[in-house]
Write a protein that binds this ligand. Structure first.
Ligand SMILES: *Cc1c(COP(=O)(O)O)cnc(C)c1O
Length: 367
């Protein structure tokens, strides 16, 4: 323990936290003419998960890439800073997206900074409360459609073909470019690429982005390619089933997608990396989500826990070597406060007692 205790307090210079465009300028489609629209996104922690490692009884190093600590609470910010900066460079007056929530939260925040209008098309009644409040407080024009996410995406694509608005969904290649920076950060933190990466898959832009990042690192720095382990929710697993899911169902709203826009690219990432795209049930997702919160102190939104749920499932079914020698990273895509209703529905309500010391001591089990 002694070595961990600072011997004396040293005044620290506060480091300026720079966003991904400044940090990764050379590998992004930007130039000195690009206005940098940033909220200092990226540089999220790679957290060592030794408690979970012990519970799982594994020997590999387990890390959590906590993307919920981006400015609007999800990894979408990495892509949005590039997409909105490029839109601003082109003189766009408005950006538009279809969203299960986090894209809209991110797009609306970055649009405000750029002085651009944002339009958000969401599936009615299928957005977690935290995310909807973000888009609204940032002043987005929010339209709820009586249809699912896939339908919303079709609608915004058609609008972009006919009107002067910029699409900022992940089919915009600038989103993918920005999001690939997370692969660079992981490689920098580990001093190497991981052996395996577990992650949720919804519209599949993020797995596409990570794979692009890792392939660049392989080409430029000769780092090995990780095995990509993507997980969809069981009621919403079109890539696993090999067909569009008309009525996707899952409590993990961020991956409730029946026809992923980057389907082909996700399959390429899977096949080129010798990985898998598989599914986890809502029960498995919620159990993993709870483990992350009450064993490791990391609160994520349910969709994010699909990564750790996938790792648990593969270990349990004997499809993953607990003695693997190397680093395993689970991507945690979004913050738990995005979906407070889910947490409140899951836990039991706290007891209410009289305003006395004795009652609190007794009820809290203080001895
Ligand atoms: C967007 C999102 C996903 C899914 O990412 P895709 O790029 O659509 O596969 C997963 N989790 C969270 C929290 C998200 O916001």
């Amino acid at each position: 323990m002694k070595n961990n205790v600072p011997q004396k307090s040293v005044p620290q210079k506060v480091n300026k936290r720079i966003g991904v465009i400044e940090r990764y300028f050379d590998i992004l489609p930007v130039s000195s003419k690009t206005p940098v629209i940033t909220l200092s996104e990226g540089s999220t922690p790679l957290i060592k998960a030794d408690n979970l490692k012990k519970i799982l009884g594994v020997n590999f190093n387990l890390y959590l890439k906590y993307e919920g600590l981006n400015p609007t609470g999800s990894f979408k910010d990495r892509g949005m800073t590039v997409a909105v900066s490029k839109a601003a460079e082109l003189g766009a007056k408005a950006v538009i997206c279809a969203s299960t929530g986090n894209t809209s939260a991110s797009a609306s925040a970055y649009a405000v900074r750029a002085g651009i209008k944002s339009i958000v098309v969401i599936p009615e009644g299928a957005i977690a409360l935290g995310k909807l409040s973000q888009a609204l407080i940032h002043g987005a024009e929010v339209v709820a459609v009586k249809g699912n996410f896939d339908r919303c995406l079709e609608i915004v694509i058609e609008i972009c073909e006919n009107y002067d608005v910029e699409l900022v969904n992940s089919i915009n290649p600038n989103r993918i470019e920005g999001q690939k920076t997370a692969a660079y950060e992981i490689a920098e933190a580990l001093g190497d690429t991981p052996g395996y990466q577990f992650m949720p898959v919804g519209n599949a832009g993020n797995i596409t982005a990570y794979w692009k990042g890792y392939k660049e690192l392989n080409e430029k720095r000769n780092l090995k390619l990780p095995v990509m382990m993507g997980f969809q929710a069981a009621g919403s697993a079109p890539i696993v089933e090999g067909k569009i899911v008309k009525d996707p169902r899952t409590i993990a709203t961020a991956i409730k997608i029946g026809n992923p826009a980057s389907w082909k690219q996700a399959e390429s990432a899977r096949d080129e990396s010798d990985g898998v795209i598989d599914k986890v049930t809502d029960e498995e997702i919620l159990s993993a989500w709870q483990n992350l919160a009450d064993r490791e102190g990391v609160f994520v939104e349910p969709a994010s826990a699909a990564s750790f749920a996938g790792l648990k499932k593969y270990l349990k079914e004997g499809n993953f070597d607990p003695d693997f020698r190397g680093n395993v990273v689970c991507i945690l895509t979004g913050h738990g406060l995005k979906d407070p209703d889910r947490a409140i529905d899951t836990v039991s309500r706290p007891p209410v007692v009289e305003d006395s010391v004795d009652k609190v001591v007794e009820t809290a089990g203080i001895k």
